[in-house]
Design a protein around this ligand. Structure first.
Ligand code: TMO
Length: 313
């Protein structure tokens, strides 16, 4: 009944006079990119449903988080709502040189990094930094990695090669990548329930902060020099001996054809600006509450109806 009422409320919003603009510049579908982590899936539906309410035709296309940017530069896809500095900066900036549009920066501040539950600090008090963590590496060993510790790494297409960082910092860890995000959380939950040492890839904003107590592991702060100059950083013989930014940007990206073919949609998309809480809420509805991403998008739009309306004006 509650859901039915929400559906009615949403339908009313969609039919509200002055909101539904039937006349749009083109009925060609605007292709919205979808990636394989939860907040992006939910928020890309929020974007798509907003454009549909404005009268546009929308299509969703799944894409690799690195290759998507060149695809947008080539007008094969049109809009990405979540481009993360920590994992996508180089691919993003390269695509901008090739014509992709930087469609603006969200208010949200982001971080993508190795992460430990707080109980790990009881057995390894230094684990909040990479050097202290490394001294306890063996504690994180599994049958597969021993005597090295296991770092539970992200799916390969998220663009970070942590094996390279482990090499550059000469750490006693092995990066074992999961195939999908859900496996990261399953590994975390099972270690957490038994208070077993684990270090895994995580990011913020995410649902994790409302369900698990933990912290990111500090690595040497990133800089262009880290990736270009061997002498820079703790290892004078390697590049890549640094971590990801502590407060990274989160950007939107668009195809060059988007402003030209759908100027009304472009005006709306430029206004979209998410903060940390709004992104975490999108992930939580799926990863904690068990909703489908599309259903979560509808709920998100109800919860933030004024904001959605302001994009369309
Ligand atoms: C791109 N991600 C938020 C999964 O690190």
């Amino acid at each position: 009944m509650k859901n039915l009422l929400k559906g009615v409320a949403l339908a009313a919003l969609m039919l509200a006079p002055g909101v539904a603009a039937a006349e749009v510049e083109s009925d060609e579908p605007i292709v919205i990119v979808q990636n394989n982590w939860t907040s992006q899936l939910v928020l890309s539906y929020v974007v798509g449903k907003t454009l549909e309410e404005m009268g546009y035709t929308v299509e969703y296309a799944p894409s690799d988080s690195q290759l998507q940017f060149q695809a947008m530069a080539d007008n094969d896809m049109d809009f990405q709502v979540e481009a993360w500095e920590g994992s996508m900066k180089s691919a993003f900036e390269k695509a901008v040189e090739n014509g992709m549009i930087d469609a603006g920066t969200h208010s949200a501040s982001t971080r993508e990094e190795w992460w430990i539950p707080n109980y790990v600090l009881e057995k390894c008090p230094g684990a909040g930094s990479w050097e202290g963590l490394n001294r306890c590496a063996e504690m994180f060993a599994t049958a597969e990695t021993k005597p090295k510790g296991r770092f539970v790494g992200p799916p390969a297409d998220w663009g970070k090669n942590y094996a390279d960082r482990v090499d550059a910092l000469e750490m006693d860890f092995e990066a074992i990548n999961v195939g999908q995000a859900a496996t990261l959380w399953a590994e975390l939950q099972s270690a957490y329930d038994r208070k077993e040492p684990i270090v895994l890839f995580n990011w913020t904003p995410n649902f994790i902060e409302s369900k698990f107590e933990g912290q990111f592991v500090d690595f040497p702060a990133p800089s262009d020099a880290c990736n270009e100059v061997k002498e820079w950083g703790p290892n004078p013989n390697a590049t890549g001996d640094c971590g990801a930014p502590h407060s990274g940007w989160l950007k939107k990206a668009a195809s060059p054809r988007l402003p030209e073919e759908w100027p009304g949609a472009w005006a709306a998309l430029q206004k979209i600006d998410f903060d940390n809480a709004q992104i975490a809420a999108a992930a939580l509805m799926v990863d904690v509450d068990g909703m489908e991403p599309e259903e979560a998008a509808e709920k998100w739009m109800e919860d933030n109806a004024d904001i959605v309306k302001s994009w369309m004006e």
